[in-house]
Each structure stands twice: as C-alpha cells, then as structure tokens.
Design a protein around this ligand. Sequence first.
Ligand code: ZN
Length: 132
Amino acid sequence: MLKGTKFYAITKSKCPRCMEGDIYPDSNPYHLKKLSDFNQRCDVCNQNFEPEPNFYYGAMYISYGYTVALFVAVYIIFGVWMDWSMWPTVSALGIILVILGPFLFRLSRTTWLSLFVHYDRDATERWQKEKK
Ligand SMILES: [Zn+2]
C-alpha cells in the first residue's frame, strides 16, 4: 500500500532501498536472544545494512525521541485524561517502556537506517543483473 515510503520500510522492517528484503532474520523483536541480530546485506538488492562500523550508535537519538513521545502520550492518557496521581503514572510509564522496549529498539534502528538509505525502485533489477 505505502510501498516506496520510509513509513513502509520502518513499520515493516524492510530494506529502505528496495522495500522487499528483511533487515532482521527473526521478525519478532520479543525473541530477546536475537533482538540485535540483523542481516549484513539485503537478500534482494544487496544493500549493506551496516554502512560503517558502529553505525547504529546514532539510533540512540531516534530511540530517545520515540521514548519522549511515548512518555508524553502515556502522561496525557494516564496523568491528564484518567487523572492518575504522579507515582501510578510514573509506574505505568515504566511498565509500558519495558513492554515496548524491544519493539522501540528495532524501530529506532530501522528509522536510523532509513534516514541514510533512500528508496531506489531499480535497485533489485540492477543487483540481479550484476549477480549474473
Ligand atoms: Zn534491499
């Protein structure tokens, strides 16, 4: 549906270049032993998923942004809308953050990669020709 957009690549954990290859060998982030495993290259277009050493350190900034947005949303829902006092709201924030942690970890990495790798509709075809 939104194939070709960064939103598609980020939400589906697909290669931001071809939108088809999987970044992670295990698509479930809650398999914690494999949480940080990712394919070195895209199976479909050969995009390098680690363009430089320690590339994903930058994803911490993205993670920070997502976490702040989550905190604001949880505060508005529990602290303002449901009128909870401070400590139950802070506890809800902590619990939700622990539950969503693995998901946010991968979301941040995929977002970070998508900032630097752009969609190329001919990438797959070019790589298939090059491979022969
Ligand atoms: Zn690809």
